[in-house]
Ligand binder design. Structure first.
Ligand code: ASN
Length: 326
């Protein structure tokens, strides 16, 4: 038996001028989600069930960029994506291009449990959702007023990614995201891509699991797939650890960030926090990102190379922390 541990995130790359009220709202939600996960772990729930439960809660609340409140495409539509992975047996499921599914993480779970595949996208994923009878919603449910405003700002700033979560009244305070040297069709990709959600858990039997869910990047091209549904990039779990990433998806994909944490533990013999620090420092190029991780021995760790990351962690020994900045 090991002590259980849990970590959640609500995105990396937070606007330094984020109003205090918004910071408090985000921290309250993270605390609520942590407590939900903690109760489940105390009732001996399996890691895989806990990550799904917690991410569902985050998707259902519009504060972060997943499920309801997802970032919008250049056409003002939502294309949500999610993935989930169970350390024992390295079982996984992923979905992309969802437009009606209330809880993408649960559809990813069904891909893992009820299909012979690992990853379903767009019309095929929607078809699968109908067959599975998962809860679906109209467009209006997912598209919030805040996000319609932010898409407008992103378009005016001519920025592909621009996802500061701010109240409708405060656009003028958000400024323009720091420009990345990476360009797509001549447009800068903003460095800030916050607010994807994720959860990693090790249960008292030492089983690790991870899940990540997102609307992707504000003003993204339709059809764009980020790191969050990609096993090994945004999400990974194995016997040794569970990892969920957030930030600039293209950089996370190039660095296969989540898998790298497991790889350096396995091949370099690093401990969890050392592995996280190494990967953030050595595998991100100029990209900005963060990640949360747990190990089979009950450790919890996080790291990021940007201004902040919405995150919370707790472990069986009574440790609990919710924070945004360094
Ligand atoms: N907010 C995020 O973390 C964005 C996500 N990583 C993506 O690129 O789709």
């Amino acid at each position: 038996m090991v002590g259980w541990a849990i970590a959640v995130h609500g995105g990396a790359g937070v606007d330094p001028n984020l109003p205090t009220e918004r910071q408090e709202q985000a921290k309250l939600l993270l605390t609520r989600c942590l407590n939900l996960g903690i109760s489940a772990l105390q009732s001996k729930a399996a890691a895989i069930d806990v990550v799904e439960l917690v991410v569902r809660e985050l998707e259902t609340d519009p504060i972060f960029n997943s499920g309801r409140g997802s970032a919008l495409t250049e056409k003002g539509t939502v294309e949500m994506e999610a993935s989930i992975m169970d350390g024992p047996g390295r079982r996984c499921g992923a979905v992309s291009g969802l437009t009606t599914v209330k809880n993408p993480v649960s559809l990813a779970r069904l891909v893992m449990d009820k299909s012979p595949h690992s990853y379903l996208a767009f019309s095929g994923a929607e078809e699968f959702a109908k067959q599975m009878g998962v809860e679906r919603e109209e467009n209006d449910y997912f598209i919030t007023e805040d996000n319609v405003g932010m898409l407008k700002v992103a378009k005016e700033a001519n920025s592909i990614v621009f996802d500061y979560r701010i109240p409708t009244t405060g656009y003028e305070s958000c400024g323009v995201g720091v420009e990345s040297p990476i360009r797509m069709n001549g447009l800068p990709i903003s460095v800030y891509a916050p607010e994807t959600v994720g959860c990693v858990v090790v249960d008292s039997q030492g089983r690790c699991a991870a899940a990540t869910s997102t609307g992707g990047l504000m003003n993204k091209r339709t059809g764009r797939i980020g790191d969050s549904p990609l096993i090994g990039a945004g999400t990974y779990a194995c016997d040794a650890c569970g990892v969920s990433c957030t930030g600039e998806g293209e950089a996370i994909i190039r660095g296969t960030l989540a898998r790298e944490v497991a790889a350096v533990m396995e091949y370099k013999g690093l401990g969890l926090q050392e592995a996280v620090d190494f990967v953030i420092k050595e595998r991100l190029d100029e990209g900005q990102a963060g990640l949360i991780a747990v190990s089979k021995t009950g450790e919890v760790a996080y790291g990021f190379n940007c201004v902040g990351m919405f995150r919370g962690c707790a472990s069986e020994d009574g440790f609990m922390e919710v924070g945004i900045w360094e």
